[in-house]
Design a protein around this ligand. Structure first.
Ligand code: SAM
Length: 439
């Protein structure tokens, strides 16, 4: 094992160091978080055949047995829950998202915290989820789609470029920073062997840079939460201290939660106001600090995006939805729906804004999985077919369903929640479940 790393842990943990060493031998804590946009903890417990044990970190978070693999279950593919390390759910409790908030998640992939933010916003307000690495941004988009999120923009941009365009817009900003990941180590991991102090220090430099960008996007009284899944003071208290030193108009406030423990006081960072979670606190590890902006920011102007939309898309929506009050835009042949106005983020790579309804293709309209998965649109879907468990499993394998029903596109439900959609010719339903998701 890496002696230099362990020596640092000995200093941080003192009498608990031996407990930490034991935790490196154990299986990692495993958990799920219930997606409140689609279900409740009680309903989900009824549907899953495994015990769900509450965690101290969030009401929607539960421990699951470490050998459970739930990724290909119907309930996961329906977006009823998100598989998430239990202590990772703590951060959004500190962010304390309220109805109507404008929230920025600057380092968002694979989407654990963005989907949790959306589940707290309950279709109100607005979420901007950004991820700089494009392959990871695509995973973020798939998770947001699965969880049925409708009121978000997903971008793939460097924080400094993005933040220039969105100055002064946000009530809540999360920087869940890329870090050296010490909270993820287990005894035999290569990452533990490869650990180096110089990597920790380069992560700290990057974290300060990201925080400086995030600062610009806060409203006056806006809340900034900084979190990592690492233990080093260099990437935690020292980063917060450096940031506070450079921004005297930012005030550190208490995380105001019951779980975890105090951190260390260093420079401008008050250790009693941050939260640290070690494996001895029943999660793999997190650091959280909370700050508020006291000054008036510079504001970027919000520009609304509008565009004409093809007749085929409007016809499709009239047939499929009992809802008629929404905004539409079309970008090339793709049509998007939002209950609020579309925002124009000029020169920023936007992967998704609102709900992707589908694509106009040679005088016809091909709907997208996202349209049917959206929790906002679920009560307004007019054409639905209830599947039994066997039919649902066949659907997930990509098979055609022998099921007479009304002709055209239909939403397919299992126990009241959408699993996907198909196209019926009256007697069979052609499978439209995305190929990459099939089991
Ligand atoms: N918040 C995510 C969640 O809960 O699922 C986890 C975020 S992870 C800790 C940090 C993310 O920051 C990674 O997806 C990584 O690709 C991204 N990242 C890497 N370098 C970055 C940079 N220079 N600026 C912003 N984000 C970066």
């Amino acid at each position: 094992m890496n002696e230099e790393f362990l020596n640092k842990m000995k200093i941080y943990l003192q009498s608990e160091y031996e407990d930490y060493l034991k935790s490196l031998e154990n299986e990692a804590y495993k958990g799920i978080r219930v997606n409140l946009l689609k279900t409740t903890p009680d309903e989900l417990q009824e549907q899953l055949s495994i015990p769900l044990e509450k965690t101290p970190f969030s009401k929607e978070g539960f421990y699951i047995p470490s050998d459970e693999k739930l990724g290909k279950t119907i309930e996961h593919l329906q977006g009823l829950f998100y598989i998430q390390e239990p202590s990772a759910t703590s951060v959004i409790e500190v962010l304390n998202v309220q109805n109507g908030d404008w929230v920025l998640d600057l380092c968002a992939a694979p989407g654990g915290k963005s989907t949790q933010i959306a589940s707290k916003l309950k279709e109100s307000g607005f979420l901007l989820s950004n991820e700089v690495v494009s392959s990871r941004a695509n995973v973020l988009m798939m998770n947001m789609e699965r969880c049925g999120i409708s009121n978000a923009i997903i971008t793939n941009s460097y924080p400094d470029e993005l933040c220039e365009k969105i100055q002064g817009w946000f009530d809540k900003v999360l920087v869940d920073a890329p870090c050296s990941g010490e909270g993820m180590f287990k005894k035999k991991d290569q990452a533990l062997i490869d650990w180096s102090q110089s990597h920790v220090e380069s992560c700290a430099q990057r974290q300060i840079k990201i925080l400086n960008s995030a600062y610009k996007t806060l409203k006056k009284e806006g809340v900034l939460v900084y979190s990592t899944c690492t233990y080093s003071m260099e990437e935690n208290e020292m980063v917060v201290s450096e940031f506070l030193k450079n921004h005297p108009d930012m005030k550190q406030v208490s995380c105001d939660v019951e779980f975890g423990r105090d951190g260390f006081s260093y420079g401008y960072c008050d250790g009693s106001k941050v939260r640290r979670i070690f494996p001895m606190d029943k999660g793999e590890g997190h650091f959280i600090a909370k700050m508020i902006r006291l000054s008036e920011p510079l504001y970027s102007k919000k520009q609304i995006l509008s565009s004409p939309v093809s007749y085929e898309a409007k016809l499709f929506l009239n047939e499929q939805l009992s809802l008629h009050d929404y905004n539409l835009i079309q970008i090339k042949n793709r049509v998007y729906l939002s209950k609020d106005s579309f925002i124009n983020l000029d020169h920023i790579h936007v992967l998704r804004e609102g709900i992707l309804v589908g694509e106009v293709q040679k005088n016809r309209f091909e709907p997208n999985h996202h349209f049917y998965m959206s929790s906002y649109l679920r009560p307004f879907l007019c054409k639905t077919v209830d599947l039994n468990r066997e039919e649902c499993l066949s659907y997930l394998k990509g098979l055609t369903l022998n099921r007479p029903c009304e002709k055209g596109y239909v939403a397919l439900l299992y126990r009241g929640n959408v699993i996907g959609f198909g196209k019926s010719d009256g007697t069979v339903i052609k499978n439209k479940f995305p190929k990459g998701l099939r089991i």
